[in-house]
Ligand binder design. Structure first.
Ligand SMILES: Nc1nc2c(c(=O)[nH]1)N[C@H]1C(S)=C(S)[C@@H](COP(=O)(O)O)O[C@H]1N2
Ligand SMILES: [Mo]
Length: 315
């Protein structure tokens, strides 16, 4: 379970190390800091970094001004049904998950199909920082400082053909490591999909880390999708296959409960889930609830993708 953010087990939590290190690097300024950040693989896209607070600490905030969740919250309250459906147990159950060697096959309607080793993906692309809200369809949310790279960069490399209209993603299938995959209720492996323009959007990233550290198994190591304007279940974890296709992919959730989960799954406070309202959410670490924002607060960037579509019908 996540803890009350006012109760710190230690001053040297991973997030304080991360935040202080960033403050140090920023203090160096200009070229020096850029080189240092480059050397450890995190580029300096710190538009969301606010200046020092009165306490001297640096506060990492999203562009709406809300603070990031703690490292502990982000890594101990997870949805990853391959391990368990109990959010507080995912971290423990996933602890031994083997993420090396790991390959990602990019295939389908592309001119240059290719099998990538995870090491290639980590070195071929600049690892940028993106501070994003994550809104789960269950009605809770967090703010997470991811590292990763735009999915577009990977897709450009393999050159999608003119027929490619959708991108289909698959999680590893390995019931020996992922005991939840023995549950026959779900049609494993976990599958998700995006329309190709959604996949090419600059907000859509493949994440390799968070808080300046390599991704942990519970967060989808070694590579997971992050699509911040959609409900969290679209952000598929531990990806082994990416396929370009002309057919709308059927996600695991569409297959299990087609009346409850659509392909688009854009965050929308006005379209209730059949069993609960989506008007408000609980930000982990906060008391009470806050209003859910259309497209999770990213409407300015993504609304044009859905021009002319009925967002109530295409949920
Ligand atoms: N393979 C896979 N990916 C998944 C899930 C899952 O069960 N299996 N859960 C999804 C859901 S419902 C959410 S809310 C997010 C949670 O991501 P986090 O645990 O890193 O916060 O992962 C998504 N990706
Ligand atoms: Mo979720």
């Amino acid at each position: 379970m996540y803890r009350d953010p006012t109760i710190r087990s230690s001053d040297i939590t991973p997030e304080s190390v991360y935040i202080n290190r960033r403050a140090f690097l920023r203090g160096l300024g200009g070229v020096g800091a850029g080189l240092l950040l480059g050397a450890c693989g995190v580029s300096q896209s710190s538009t969301e970094l606010t200046p020092s607070s009165p306490t001297g600490n640096v506060n990492l905030r999203d562009e709406l001004g809300d603070p990031v969740n703690t490292f502990e919250q982000i890594t101990t309250y997870n949805n990853f049904y391959e391990f368990t459906t109990s959010k507080e147990d995912v971290a423990r159950r996933a602890a031994g998950f083997v993420t090396r060697p790991w390959t990602v096959e990019v295939t389908g309607m592309v001119r240059q199909p290719r099998l990538f080793a995870i090491e290639d993906l980590l070195t071929m692309f600049d690892q940028e920082e993106r501070i994003y809200r994550l809104r789960c369809v269950e009605g809770w949310s967090m703010v997470i400082p991811w590292q990763g790279f735009p999915l577009r960069k990977l897709l450009d490399l393999v050159e999608p053909t003119a027929q490619a209209q959708y991108v289909r993603f698959e999680t590893l299938y390995d019931p020996d490591q992922m005991p939840g995959q023995r549950d026959r209720y779900f049609p494993w492996p976990y599958v998700e999909g995006l329309r190709i323009d959604e996949a090419m959007h600059d907000l859509t990233i493949l994440s390799t880390g968070l808080y300046g550290r390599t991704l942990l198994p519970q967060n989808g190591a070694p590579l997971r999708l992050v699509v911040p304007w959609k409900y969290g279940f679209k952000s598929i974890k531990s990806i082994v296959k990416i396929e370009l296709t002309d057919t709308m992919p059927v996600s695991l959730w569409m297959a299990v409960a087609p009346r409850e989960y659509g392909f688009y799954a854009n965050v929308n406070p006005e379209v209730p889930h059949p069993r609960w309202s989506q008007a408000t959410e609980r930000r982990i670490g906060e008391l009470g609830r806050r209003k859910t924002l259309l497209f999770n607060g990213y409407a300015e960037q993504v609304a044009a993708l859905y021009a002319g579509m009925d967002l109530r019908k295409h949920y």
